[in-house]
Write a protein that binds this ligand. Structure first.
Ligand code: SAH
Length: 221
């Protein structure tokens, strides 16, 4: 598949351009080689509008329509790395599928992903792209992710790509004992990326740093 020019890229989407992005992420402290490999190999340019393809390997968020953005590669790498730290993950819940880029980066590194998006148009496009990339261990759902995906719980990992003001109780309840959740928390302008680990007696909380995400919105469109 990587020999298909549509995925391997040319010019601003070429292997050399991607390698520069990987180098930059290394300099910013991403050390997990499997994660860096996914950044190198997932064709981010097919997840953005064609007009923006030449900017797909810049370390920046880009518009994906419906007032939403594809996350910055550094953030995707950081969240993936933080989620994977601590051992293999079977079932993972992702909230905020967006264009599906984060899903594509994570999919081969875990057992299965259950991903929820509240904007149906984005969900449909993400589904089509992942099918195109022959990623098959993902189930999609259109709905309000703050309620999680109860029938599939418990999850070994939960990754939230939009920021709630406080971590929804439903998500903590759907985390397996020993499972971990990576979630940006707080109002716009002062969000912190937090790792929550569920223990027999309550949860452990660790702040990973400052971030900027779109808010987690309740209800679906
Ligand atoms: N990781 C994504 C980034 C998505 S941006 C990517 O790589 O493209 C955050 C996404 O969360 C948006 O698509 C937004 O519609 C979605 N979102 C916001 N609130 C939500 C909610 N309550 N449930 C599900 N999705 C939500």
């Amino acid at each position: 598949m990587m020999n298909d020019p549509r995925y391997s890229g040319i010019g601003m989407t070429s292997a050399r351009t991607r390698e520069r992005l990987v180098q930059r992420l290394r300099e910013q402290g991403i050390t997990n080689l499997t994660v860096l490999d996914r950044v190198r190999n997932v064709p981010r340019h097919i997840f953005v509008d064609e007009a923006l393809a030449s900017r797909a390997y810049e370390d920046t968020a880009l518009p994906i329509g419906f007032g939403q953005t594809i996350s910055q590669p550094y953030i995707v790498a950081r969240m993936t790395e933080a989620l994977l730290e601590g051992g293999r993950l079977g079932k993972v819940l992702e909230i905020g599928t967006g264009c599906g880029y984060q899903t594509a980066v994570l999919a081969p590194l875990v057992g299965r992903i259950f991903t929820v998006e509240r904007i149906e148009g984005l969900q449909q496009r993400a589904k089509a792209r992942l099918r195109e990339l022959q990623i098959r261990n993902v189930r999609f759902r259109h709905g309000d992710g703050s309620q999680g995906w109860k029938s599939q719980a418990p999850f070994d990992g939960i990754l939230v790509a939009a920021a709630p003001l406080s971590v929804p109780e439903a998500l903590i309840e759907q985390l397996a004992i020993g499972g971990r959740m990576i979630v940006p928390v707080g109002p716009e302008g002062q969000q912190q990326l937090v790792r929550i680990t569920r223990r027999e007696q309550g949860v452990e909380r660790r702040v990973l740093g400052l971030v900027a995400f779109v808010p987690l919105v309740s209800g679906q469109t």
